[in-house]
Design a protein around this ligand. Sequence first.
Ligand SMILES: Cc1cc2nc3c(=O)[nH]c(=O)nc-3n(C[C@H](O)[C@H](O)[C@H](O)COP(=O)(O)OP(=O)(O)OC[C@H]3O[C@@H](n4cnc5c(N)ncnc54)[C@H](O)[C@@H]3O)c2cc1C
Length: 372
Amino acid sequence: MKEYNAIVIGLGAVGSAALYFLSKNGTQVLGIDRFDPPHPMGSSHGETRISRLAVGEGQEYVKLARRSQEIWNQLGQESSQQLFCQTGGLLIDSGLRPWTKHGGSSFFDTTCQIAQSEKIQHEILSEESIRKRYPAFVLSDQARGYLERSAGYAFPERIIRAQLDLAERNGAKIRINQPVRSIQQRNGWVEIDLIHERFRARQVVIAAGGWILDFLEKEEKERLKISRQVLHWIAFEKGSPMAELNSVFMWGFGPNPSDFLYGFPSLDGSTIKIATEQFEDSGHPDLLLRSVSRREKERFWEEKLQGKFQGLLPKFERSEVCFYTLTPDAKFVIRNHPQMDQVKFVSACSGHGFKHASALGEELAGELLMRF
Ligand SMILES: Cc1cc2nc3c(=O)[nH]c(=O)nc-3n(C[C@H](O)[C@H](O)[C@H](O)COP(=O)(O)OP(=O)(O)OC[C@H]3O[C@@H](n4cnc5c(N)ncnc54)[C@H](O)[C@@H]3O)c2cc1C
């Protein structure tokens, strides 16, 4: 049985970062994934992810978001590519009734409070100034905006690829297209079973994203939801204000968590990526409906998009399915295995984890290195 200091199960956003930082310190480390990351089956695909520092999901996450941006810039230099694009980020609130998100109170107000207390540079915009600077949005008169210069978008597939490539360059071993079937701790080792192979390590990290369900106890599993999300790339009229939209945006247009749209500047000059959120439980990542029907796109247009953007066309060029792993309080799962003290769970859950994932991987690697 081949032995390692550490094994990372799952090489998505968090696992690839943990593998990279463990390898950087010369640890003998193995990473295993059930697919070939970066891949479109988990929670880290679809071209872009928003990163913002005043994270309304909780002030405790601010330092992770900051550090991840630094890591992406360093990794970008090391791998000679752009991994993060600082476009600025606009948060729009309808101003009608407080918009809630991730189980908190007014997401807009919380974001502003965190920006103030963490000294994150920002501007509060009136409806009139949003309209002037961002003519793409059709707003209600009461709308208000929060603009953060340090926000922008990351390229998730590139980041995962870079973390894995650099980890391998540092000596990490990687097994792909092989799901871990079981783990067992005995005699100071954790044994990992794949279909045809077995490994053992002193420390194991389970960074399996939504498949964390396969490793959790029944009661905890029941507290998590796997919620299907759809990303759409939608065409806009040539020369319309959509072409000039140069910041990432999040827009709470009503009081409910699903009265929400977010989007990105166009990367190809003819389409814009826009999505909403929904919170129904699909049970397990393997049970997700992976196709997007014409009716589903029509409903998205009718219920969420129509009348909200200048120049956006009801023409869907591409749609992709992804999923959130939702915890009841929208926080992450980061803790030791209840029965195996050499095994740690890390899942950057609840639909806001990418912006923190690289820093989480770094923290995790630091913690494990202290245990060797
Ligand atoms: C549509 C969408 C939009 C989002 N937008 C944003 C955003 O704008 N900003 C933001 O910060 N966050 C965003 N998120 C959330 C963020 O992308 C996720 O929280 C984050 O990417 C999750 O990373 P992860 O490493 O936990 O999971 P994943 O990246 O899914 O990685 C888990 C890995 O584990 C592997 N695996 C699973 N089971 C096994 C097994 N048994 N054996 C071996 N390998 C296994 C999988 O194959 C996978 O590669 C979004 C999520 C979605 C779905």
